[in-house]
Design a protein around this ligand. Structure first.
Ligand code: ATP
Ligand code: MG
Length: 573
């Protein structure tokens, strides 16, 4: 069964289930054959070593989405086996971000570190079965003796240790008798295996480090491969969905659960999300934060969920994007424009339209009485009939965008210029009658106009037409605001490409943030609540920043209006 897609291979935006994919087919098959007693239990397993990013959103969408689609559940599990890097700040942010995106984990928040005692017992079980041994080689020696894809590895000289000796040494490792790195516990599998992951992989390492949950209780820590599958098994995960780089680890995943004789989940791999002009690596994002190259994890230019949220992204837009891109078995790169397209589609439906002037030019309407105010009706959202209308004040002095006036207009320029008549949105026709200049510099400081009272509401009774409609705000009523405009954080499609010998910070876009002050907004925006979203007519979608207050309004531009993807989609329909 396939869901409808158009010629670009993208799902129709309203298809609730999204395009069909191979993971969904595997689950359907398993349900048909009753493989897991008809259960679907997934998990989302972040390592708490940074904030979640848009790549994680893809994984969240797959894991929570499939669970809910098939009446199952998805757990949130912190893969916190690595003590040195983990922090509670990350745990808290991850919980908040998964919730925000709509991931329903109920009270099922788990920590791999809670399984340390069980994992230790399982390691002892493997030692007893002759399937694990304590090895005294250094990490470097282990690596050197591992062999290559064409040559088998060299067995460790400690491979033949007796069960008794191994049990004693492993216990002493646990008791903290040995320094970091001096010994490891390794699985005894096959030093000649064509899969390097099976050449006696390390199960435990010695690390005298504080853990964010277990403190100093442990000084040996399990490796990811020894912890992950068993954690899945403990939680009775049915489908352990992970990214493609773990495909080569699946035989090891399977080996551990088989050797232990415990419940066996199915690991399934899918393609990682890569986005143009974007880095999706927590390590690199952390470097941007630590070097002060962005203002923090939630800098609105960051691809983190907290950054996107602050920028004005909606969870719905992110979910729609994840549905559109689907899942596959080959890694590719998705255009950032597609994410922005999903955002615009959502904001177009829900954002209230308002008027705001970012780079103000003063306009005096010379035939409008001083001190008078006219309240004009304005539609809140033409896409949403239930959104209603509001009134906006009109008075003698207005602001328009500097860009909407040219003293010397080029051909094809239809906005205001001396002698030209245009329509003010929701207002009147005005005609430019004069230009005020700074006598010293000659710079335009304002313009003068007349208005036609008969054109209230935007139409002339005599049927005469104007070629353009511009937005405006009343000077006496406008509120002042700071507005932050954003562009791509990187200048390159693939900022992670180091082939020119430069690291990703070399490709930071110096113009990624432009701060405008003295912007003039329609008065209704004075107390815009956090989470509100607006379309500033003709300028884009905006939201109040979390720094915004009535005393000092600050708005972020979420995204500009121009949407090249909309055209591509239209053509392909
Ligand atoms: P990073 O390289 O950013 O640290 P990671 O894979 O180490 O990513 P985890 O915290 O281990 O990050 O990831 C949690 C889950 O999210 C994993 O199942 C992982 O496969 C998935 N995930 C991480 N990055 C992406 C991505 N770019 N696209 C899809 N899924 C991702
Ligand atoms: Mg990781």
């Amino acid at each position: 069964m396939t869901e409808p897609t158009n010629e670009t291979g993208l799902a129709a935006p309203d298809s609730s289930a999204g395009p069909s994919n191979f993971i969904r087919e595997i689950i359907r098959d398993d349900l048909r054959t009753n493989k897991f007693d008809g259960r679907v239990q997934t998990r989302f397993p972040p390592e708490p070593n940074g904030y979640l990013h848009i790549g994680h959103a893809k994984s969240i969408n797959i894991n929570f989405g499939l669970a809910s689609e098939f009446g199952g559940q998805c757990n949130l599990r912190f893969d916190d086996t690595n003590p040195s890097k983990e922090e509670t700040e990350y745990v808290d942010s991850i919980i908040e971000d998964v919730r925000w995106l709509g991931g329903d984990f109920g009270d099922r928040i788990f920590y791999a570190s809670d399984y340390f005692p069980q994992l230790y017992a399982w390691a002892v079980q493997l030692i007893r079965a002759g399937k694990a041994y304590v090895c005294d080689l250094t990490a470097q020696e282990v690596r050197q003796q591992r062999g290559t894809l064409t040559e088998p590895g060299t067995p460790s000289p400690y491979r033949g240790r007796s069960v008794e000796e191994n049990l004693g040494l492993f216990e002493r490792m646990k008791n903290g008798e040995f320094p970091d790195g001096s010994r490891t516990l390794r699985a005894r599998i096959d030093m000649a295996s064509p899969n390097l992951n099976l050449r006696d992989p390390v199960m435990y390492r010695i690390l005298h480090a504080e853990h964010h949950r277990t403190g100093a209780q442990w000084c040996i820590y399990p490796m990811y491969d020894f912890a992950h599958g068993q954690s899945d098994s403990i939680e009775r995960i049915t489908h352990s969905i992970c990214t493609l780089e773990f495909e080569d680890h699946r035989p090891l995943y399977d080996w551990y659960v088989e050797a232990l004789g415990i419940y066996h989940p199915q690991q399934i791999e899918f393609d990682r999300l890569n986005l143009t002009y974007t880095l999706l690596s927590k390590r690199k994002l952390l470097a941007l934060v630590q070097k002060g190259l962005v203002s923090g994890w939630d800098d609105p230019r960051m691809p983190t969920l907290s950054g996107l949220r602050r920028r004005g992204y909606t969870p719905e837009a992110i979910r729609a994007f994840c549905q559109r891109i689907g899942v596959s078995k080959t890694n590719g790169v998705i255009e950032l424009g597609l994410l922005e397209h999903s955002l615009r589609e959502d904001l177009n439906r829900r954002a209230a339209r308002v008027m705001a002037v970012l780079r103000p030019l003063r306009v005096e309407i010379e035939n409008y009485p001083e001190g008078q105010t006219d309240m004009l009706d304005a539609v809140n959202n033409p896409e949403d009939p239930t959104a209603g209308s509001r009134t906006v004040p009109f008075s003698r002095v207005l602001y328009i965008e500097q860009d909407d006036f040219r003293e010397d207009p080029p051909k094809q320029y239809y906005r205001l210029s001396p002698g030209r008549e245009v329509r003010l949105r929701y207002g009147y026709f005005i005609t430019c009658t004069g230009v005020d200049k700074d006598p010293a510099t000659g710079a335009v400081t304002g313009i003068r106009c007349t208005y036609d009272p008969a054109t209230r509401g935007g139409n002339a009774p005599d049927g005469r037409k104007v070629k353009s409609t511009i937005h405006w705000v009343s000077a006496a009523h406008a509120i002042d605001a700071e507005v932050r405009l954003y562009d791509n954080l990187f200048t390159r499609e693939n900022p992670g490409d180091e082939s020119e010998g430069l690291d990703f910070t070399a490709y930071l876009n110096p113009a990624s943030l432009e701060v405008l002050t003295g912007c003039k907004l329609e008065p209704g925006l004075a107390d815009a609540p956090t989470g509100a979203r607006y379309q500033f007519e003709r300028l884009g979608y905006f939201c109040p920043d979390r720094d915004s207050s009535p005393a000092r309004p600050v708005f972020n531009r979420t995204v500009a209006l121009r949407d090249t993807w909309a055209k591509i989609e239209k053509k392909s329909k």
